[in-house]
Design a protein around this ligand. Structure first.
Ligand SMILES: Nc1nc2c(ncn2[C@@H]2O[C@H](COP(=O)(O)O[C@H]3[C@@H](O)[C@H](n4cnc5c(=O)[nH]c(N)nc54)O[C@@H]3COP(=O)(O)O)[C@@H](O)[C@H]2O)c(=O)[nH]1
Length: 765
């Protein structure tokens, strides 16, 4: 029974979750004692029992209610947990119906597409698929929906900015559940969406890398750390001829040519292991056995622990480039005809030679060679024969010297030889003389030029370093000067550069220097020597030869023999020659205008160099125009040597001059090397018999024969004849009787300046 003052009783807490109904009753019974006691003790017992039962039941109901509330709260918490897990899962979730309509989406998908749940709900997933991938989705969805296990679809969704997101869909079919919420009361597909953008990028990069590897123009080989070949590309096969199956599993030694030494490879691997990379040129061998040059880079690839994981070798075939380089070098430094070093390389070798000689206190010798009468061969047998001769000469010269010496083609028929490593002057001079003799001997042996036997000779000059010169130019110049001496002393011999030559060279260079000022300083004078008609009595002056003189400010009158060659070599002869021509034409016009009708010609000498000037004809025409002299009074004198040097140009120019009315005479006839055949070819009007034949004509039977022959030839060819160097009446009479019509010489007058000649005219009238 409960007491009436139950109010005072301490409240008792209900025990949680009574296990079953008995427990509940038991618990309620226990609690009732802590409830305030409202029972009236006076009530009948059965009423009291009823009230008690009611109280217990009330407590039981309260307790059950509390339990229900608690269970509901737990349910809500667990639902919230699930939603959080569903929403915030790193994977996107969608529930789709059979048609692909979105029933539910999680937050990850919503964020991915930039749409809210309600914006997605009931929309077809296709609304968010990239247009290019719709066909993939539509084609596969049905099958995927029915049996999604283990399948996945890759496609692109579009975010709210229509930017594609690469995703992979996989799914699971959820069968409808009895008693489930409205969402789950029919079948649906739970779809997982993972973004694969990074993976795609990696895949693309890998694909690209693979394409680059395969299609690279460079040959690539990847090896394991032990250099076993793992992979090669197409270019590797193209260059080496080896297919993948033939090299994979082998080492790059398969390509070895044996050209590189073990030390080379040791250094190479040292560098790779120390610095990670090596590159350089290497000669390898193709599968067909051919050697080839490659430019190779080898790099070491490390894993994340710093250990070698691979080596990558990249190379390109540079065989062709190397051949081209060689050809370019050959063109730049070698003479294409003889394959000897050219001037550029000779210069370089000489410079190097001088440096070495100075360093080791050694002596050098420089030879200058010029073939004798090469031009005649060229003109008579043709350029092909000339080229053959030069090639053969080059070979013979090389056979006379050591491998370490240099034989170079200096130009035309000129060669320079550099001999090195002489210990002193004596041995340098001795050996040079011996080699010079050997060369003279070797080159004097007949040459077989495509069936034609040809004999030539050479003139050699040599000079020694350091005695005779200290620079490349000086050495060559001195050797050249010595060679000229060899030529002057009869050809086919050699000369060592002497002190005499040095002073000659000095004089020459001073003269050359002074010559530059001669024309502007009016130091030239034209002298005139009369041309006489031997068959008139008294002998008449029919004209003059203009002969140049240089009135040097310090040295006085200088003979043309001393300065004309310098003027020719330096090209000054062009301007000087123009001046002579103009002065002579002007003077002759004055004489003609002084009522001297017997004066028929003024002869002016032209040198070879003048025929090389482009406007010679034009300049002569201008001269005649400006002086007013009739062209028929002008006679051009050329020597045989001039004719032979530039034959075709000379013939062309002479023809043009003749068309203008100018006459041409061939000077020094008989002293040069022209043949009679050539005489026929040249457009000339007269021949001058050289004074060397006239000098001894009375005593020397040979000279007599020569002079008679020349006169006879001239007659047959209807050419005028002028004899030069007549010094006495006997010579004049002999020549006249032999049929020579005209003469010139000291007998009549030495060459004189114009104003000194005027007194002579009456004597010959
Ligand atoms: N290109 C040019 N050459 C020229 C010019 N002027 C002259 N020359 C050539 O120089 C060479 C030497 O000439 P030069 O010293 O004037 O000698 C000439 C005469 O003085 C000389 N001569 C004439 N008669 C006699 C003689 O009886 N005895 C003798 N010992 N010498 C004599 O002969 C030379 C004339 O020679 P050539 O020209 O062959 O008729 C000479 O080769 C000149 O050609 C010039 O302006 N331009």
């Amino acid at each position: 029974m409960h007491s009436a003052n139950n109010d005072t009783k301490p409240a008792r807490k209900m025990k949680k979750n009574p296990a079953d109904i008995d427990d509940l009753r038991h618990e309620a019974e226990a609690l009732i004692n802590f409830e305030p006691n409202h029972l009236d003790a006076d009530l009948p017992l059965d009423l009291q029992t009823l009230f008690h039962e009611l109280n217990v039941h009330q407590i039981e109901l309260r307790m059950q209610n509390e339990q229900l509330v608690e269970a509901q709260q737990q349910l809500i918490a667990s639902r919230n947990d699930f939603i959080t897990l569903f929403d915030l899962a790193p994977v996107g979730f969608l529930r789709l119906d059979e048609k692909g309509r979105i029933l539910q989406s999680n937050q990850t998908v919503q964020e991915m597409l930039g749409k809210s749940h309600s914006e997605l709900r009931d929309k077809f997933l296709t609304a968010f698929i990239h247009v290019d991938d719709l066909s993939i989705f539509n084609a596969r969805y049905n099958a995927f929906y029915k049996k999604p296990d283990g399948k996945h679809i890759e496609l692109r969704l579009l975010d709210r900015h229509k930017k594609p997101i690469y995703i992979e869909l996989s799914g699971r079919l959820i069968k409808k559940q009895t008693g489930a919420s409205v969402d789950f009361n029919h079948d649906c597909l739970l779809v997982n969406i993972i973004t694969i953008g990074e993976r795609k990028k990696m895949e693309e990069q890998l694909k690209l890398a693979a394409k680059v590897f395969e299609h690279s123009q460079e040959s690539i080989m990847i090896t394991a750390p032990d250099t076993t070949i793992l992979k090669i590309n197409f270019a590797f096969t193209a260059v080496t001829g080896y297919k993948p199956a033939e090299v994979i599993g082998r080492t790059p030694k398969i390509l070895s040519s044996g050209r590189q030494s073990p030390e080379f490879y040791r250094d190479m691997w040292q560098k790779i292991n120390k610095e990670g990379c090596w590159q350089g040129e290497i000669w390898n061998r193709r599968k067909n056995g051919d050697l080839y040059a490659e430019w190779l880079s080898i790099c070491r690839i490390n894993d994340k622990f710093g250990r070698v994981s691979h080596y990558i070798g990249i190379f390109s075939d540079i065989t062709l480039r190397k051949l081209n380089e060689k050809q370019i070098e050959q063109l730049a430094y070698f003479d294409p005809l003889t394959e000897l070093p050219n001037r550029a390389l000779l210069n370089d070798r000489l410079k190097q030679g001088i440096v070495q000689a100075v360093r080791h206190k050694l002596w050098l010798s420089v030879f200058f060679l010029d073939l004798d009468r090469f031009k005649i061969l060229n003109d008579t047998l043709g350029h092909f024969a000339g080229d053959l001769l030069l090639q053969n000469v080059a070979k013979r010269l090389k056979s006379c010297v050591r491998e370490s010496d240099t034989v170079a083609r200096f130009g035309g028929d000129e060669f320079v030889i550099l001999l090195t490593d002489f210990v002193d002057e004596q041995s340098a001079a001795l050996h040079s003389a011996e080699i010079a003799k050997k060369i003279l001997d070797v080159l004097s042996q007949p040459f077989d030029l495509s069936g034609n036997q040809f004999i030539t000779s050479t003139s050699i000059g040599f000079t020694l370093f350091p005695k005779d010169g200290s620079s490349v130019d000086e050495l060559i110049k001195n050797a050249d000067a010595a060679m000229y001496h060899a030529k002057a002393s009869g050809r086919n011999n050699y000369q060592y550069f002497s002190d005499n030559m040095r002073s000659e060279a000095l004089t020459r260079s001073t003269l050359e220097n002074d010559l530059h000022h001669a024309l502007p300083n009016h130091e030239f004078i034209v002298y005139y020597q009369p041309l006489i008609d031997l068959q008139t009595t008294p002998n008449q002056i029919i004209g003059f030869e203009a002969l140049l003189r240089w009135n040097h400010p310090r040295k006085g009158l200088i003979s043309p023999d001393d300065f004309i060659p310098i003027a020719e070599e330096t090209g000054m002869i062009v301007a000087i020659g123009e001046w002579v021509l103009k002065s002579a034409c002007k003077q002759f016009k004055i004489w003609r205008d002084q009522d001297q009708p017997q004066l028929k010609k003024i002869c002016v000498n032209l040198s070879a160099r003048q025929f090389l000037q482009n406007d010679l004809v034009h300049s002569i025409r201008q001269c005649l125009d400006s002086t007013g002299l009739d062209a028929r009074f002008l006679e051009i004198e050329i020597t045989e040597t001039v004719m032979m040097q530039h034959m075709s140009a000379v013939i062309r120019i002479l023809q043009q001059l003749m068309q203008m009315g100018i006459t041409v005479s061939l000077d020094d006839f008989g002293t040069g090397y022209s043949s009679l055949t050539y005489l026929k070819k040249f457009p000339i009007n007269s021949i001058k018999i050289d004074r060397s034949f006239v000098r001894d004509i009375l005593n020397d039977p040979d000279d007599k024969v020569i002079v008679h022959s020349i006169i006879s030839i001239a007659r047959h060819m209807r050419l005028d004849i002028i004899a030069e160097g007549i010094e006495n009446n006997e010579q004049a009479t002999y020549l006249m009787q032999a049929g020579c019509r005209f003469g010139q010489g000291f007998l009549y007058s030495k060459p004189l300046p114009a104003d000194g000649l005027i007194d002579l005219f009456p004597m010959f009238d």
